[in-house]
Ligand binder design. Structure first.
Ligand code: TGC
Ligand code: FAD
Length: 397
């Protein structure tokens, strides 16, 4: 009869097309051969190499589910298989890519003018132009609807607006060439999206200081965006979209990517813990994998990875069929981040004292997965989004 494969117990591969399998294999090969060898040092040094996005661009991995502009036009599931491959190595590498692909390219593709798309998308798809997504502010994280960053008409330059305010915890901000900044129009109070190009900002109007000494996601660079009457052409504002629908639409795609991505991180924890448990011997020369308590830890993690993968693939299929509700994405984002984190923490125990050495990789995943549970809507916020859909009653305000 059919054999059980601990690496894909519910045979999720059967749900994939040939194209999706090919894209996934390309991504896995690149990540294992090119990213894995550099992650330990990158994490120690808190360094993100922007060449990674160039390399991903060459392989067609950026904005892979977008059509035109040099993008691959692949399915949503294929884009999730890419995030899974990248996050199998490190959530920080996936983060740098998610911001580029889902949050900035995805936003421009969905809401940009024809000129904005022509100008930014082809270069971004090649990884030659790097993006950042500025929604969170120092005083407004879970509640971006209260943002304070504003855009007011330029007093003496026609066709320009002046942006002022600050964004914090922004992935890629220190290295980004184009920053998608969400700000409130002073005239109407409505939230709009602005493409701020670093090279066009006069000195003193844009600063993007890094946030150093993080205890997670260290292979990704994070910073602030400080705008002080920064002039931005009106032509760089998204023409139509108003209110939180703009940023939240970008987040739907990025949150989906995290749902499959975190399954990659969890699978890597499982593979590492399994290998360790088979090699490490305690009491009468038994491998610790022989002990029932260790086996239960592996069983729980393997089960959660299999369920999470199937659920995310289903949500990806619904997204491409135009049948996805944002709450479905909240469900898989919350569940997969939470289960990945809980299981990674338990699997860490299998390594004993060696868990504390960064050479074993497990502690890095645990620290990273805490971040995945926090950004793009902290898990409790997604609980409340689901709770609102279940009860019809809004709990968070
Ligand atoms: P609410 O009243 O619920 O909605 C306001 C407007 O937005 C629309 N909307 C959505 N549209 C599309 N997709 C979605 N998922 C949407 N969710 C809401 C909604 O229809 C409404 O439209 P309209 O036209 O009627 O105005 O808004 P609220 O202010 O009550 O929101 C509350 C809440 C909790 C749902 C929301 O604020 C929330 O999700 N908070 C979490 C914040 C968050 O996710 N921040 C992410 C920052 S970016 C980031 O973390 C990137 S990390 C990337 C990386 O490194 O990988
Ligand atoms: P708060 O909103 O202050 O929340 C703190 C705690 O209170 C959470 O547990 C939360 O769930 C809880 N809470 C808040 N409100 C309620 C409520 N009504 N009911 C119950 N509980 C509540 N943002 C971007 O815009 N772009 C990026 O690229 C980006 N990258 C990031 C990278 C990293 C490494 C990190 C750590 C964050 C990043 N973020 C980014 C920011 C991230 O999205 C926010 O940290 C997140 O949305 C939470 O906001 P906060 O940190 O202000 O927490």
């Amino acid at each position: 009869g059919p054999a059980f494969d601990w690496q894909d117990p519910l045979v999720s591969k059967d749900l994939l097309t040939e194209d999706e399998i090919a894209i996934s294999e390309t991504a896995e090969r690149y990540c294992q051969e090119q990213l894995l060898p550099r992650v330990l040092e990158a994490y120690r040094d808190e360094h993100y190499d922007p060449n990674i996005l160039l390399e991903m661009g060459e392989l067609g991995l950026l904005g892979a589910n977008l059509t035109g502009y040099g993008c691959a036009g692949a399915s949503t599931v294929a884009s999730g298989l890419i995030t899974r491959a990248v996050e199998r190595v490190d959530s920080g590498y996936r983060s740098g890519m998610s911001v580029q692909s889902s949050l900035v390219m995805g936003g421009i593709h969905e809401f940009g003018s024809a000129e904005q798309k022509d100008k930014f998308l082809p270069l971004m798809a090649q990884g030659k132009l790097l993006g950042a997504f500025g929604l969170t502010e120092p005083n407004h994280g879970s509640d971006p609807g209260s943002m304070e960053t504003t855009a007011r008409p330029h007093p003496n330059k026609k066709g320009y607006l002046l942006l002022s305010g600050s964004k914090t915890w922004i992935t890629n901000s220190p290295i980004a060439d184009v920053l998608l900044v969400w700000a409130r129009l002073q005239s109407s109070g409505k939230i709009r999206g602005f493409l701020v190009e670093r090279k066009d900002c006069p000195p003193g109007t844009l600063d993007t200081p890094p946030i150093k000494d993080k205890n997670g996601l260290r292979a990704s660079t994070t910073g602030m965006i400080q705008l002080d009457d920064c002039p931005v052409p009106e032509a760089h504002m998204f023409p139509e979209v108003e209110g939180l629908r703009g940023p939240f639409s970008c987040l739907n795609s990025a949150r989906f990517g995290i749902a499959l991505g975190t399954m990659g991180a969890l699978e890597d924890c499982i593979a590492r813990a399994r290998t360790y448990a088979l090699e490490r011997r305690q009491f009468k020369d038994n491998p610790i994998a022989k002990y029932q308590l260790v086996q239960k830890k592996l069983s729980d993690a393997v089960t959660d990875a299999a369920y999470g993968t199937l659920a995310a693939i289903q949500v990806g299929r619904l997204k491409d069929a135009g049948k996805v509700a944002p709450e479905m994405i909240s469900m898989v984002k919350r569940q997969n981040c939470d289960r990945a984190l809980v299981n990674a923490r338990v699997l860490q125990e299998i390594f004993g004292g060696n868990a504390v050495s960064d050479e074993y990789g497990i502690g890095r995943h645990v620290a990273n997965l805490f971040v995945t549970q926090t950004y793009e809507g902290q898990s409790d916020i997604h609980s409340l989004i689901l709770g609102r859909a279940i009860t019809g009653i809004q709990a968070f305000a």
